[in-house]
Design a protein around this ligand. Structure first.
Ligand code: MN
Length: 290
């Protein structure tokens, strides 16, 4: 008999704000106090769903640096173009994922794709920040543009699907290369069909509700939109009982047992490394966009 992970808490967004002029986000951690219990994940912004009028100008966020972690962008509606100082670029469309490893440092821009700006429409994305272990923080930057065709789907009983972006579920592995053991699953559940989702014992975990109504472990209600339930590291899964059709993002990861020092776009292990990151950015060592 397996033990379920316990629900530690259920939270709404701790803040809502604009990132640049393209991303009206609700922050689901750490602004609400969810922090160490979700290690190795650092931050999650849920952008939209928001309507954008057709525009000649593309909206987004201009050049800015990152060092020491990864930014993962999951597109639900609309499209985003990325370009960075390591020479990588790409546009992601609904169902696609951009997994950008800043590591030793990049300068990048994240903009609505030109074609989306021209047509307008509904925009909905998630951006997740994943910490890197000390040994990888100063490694070379990397970019994984993952298309929806590359993401395998696991059928959950008769009433749901999980797209495996990273990690493994029921023997099916996702395409994202990660530095530590991580699961990222995009779940679409149909009302009335319960699912026991396997998650590794020892992984910190969370269930993020984009929209819907799901009972967790037969009791706790995760309902509405833009909410997060944090789960205990102990236990091997979670029982999901959707009362409505629901869209969820499930995260789990082996905690990185190292100190975290963070300041804005830099996440290192010590204050000295943060100062160094800032100096390296200022002196142009993270490069420039042409
Ligand atoms: Mn960024």
């Amino acid at each position: 008999m397996t033990t379920m992970k316990k629900v530690l808490g259920i939270y709404g967004a701790g803040s809502d704000h604009w990132v640049g002029d393209g991303f009206p986000v609700r922050n689901l951690f750490p602004s609400n106090g969810v922090n160490a219990e979700i290690n190795p994940f650092l931050m999650l912004d849920y952008a939209g769903p928001s309507h954008f009028e057709p525009s000649k100008r593309t909206h987004g966020v201009g050049q800015h640096p990152h060092r020491g972690f990864e930014t993962v962008t999951i597109a639900y509606q609309g499209s985003v173009s990325h370009r960075d100082s390591a020479g990588n670029s790409g546009t992601i469309y609904p169902g696609d994922v951009q997994w950008m490893t800043a590591a030793s440092g990049v300068v990048h821009e994240e903009m609505h794709a030109q074609e989306f700006a021209e047509k307008g429409g509904t925009f909905e994305m998630i951006q997740l920040w994943v910490n890197l272990p000390k040994a990888a923080k100063m490694s070379a930057p990397r970019y994984q543009g993952i298309t929806k065709e590359q993401i395998p789907t696991v059928t959950l009983g008769s009433g749901g699907q999980a797209r495996i972006i990273a990690g493994e579920l029921d023997g099916v592995s996702g395409p994202a290369k990660t530095f530590t053991p991580i699961n990222v699953f995009d779940l679409r559940l149909k009302a009335g069909f319960a699912t026991k989702l396997s998650l590794p014992d020892g992984h910190n975990a969370a269930v993020i509700l984009l929209k819907g109504d799901v009972a967790l472990n037969g009791s706790e209600a995760l309902q509405g939109e833009a909410r997060i339930a944090t789960l205990s590291a102990e236990g091997e899964g979670i029982l999901l009982e959707p009362k409505e059709d629901s869209t969820l993002l499930v995260l789990s990861g082996e905690p990185i047992d190292e100190p975290v020092a963070s300041y804005g776009p830099f996440v290192m292990n010590t204050q000295e490394e943060l100062v160094q990151a800032f100096q390296d950015y200022k002196s142009g060592q993270m490069g420039h966009l042409s």
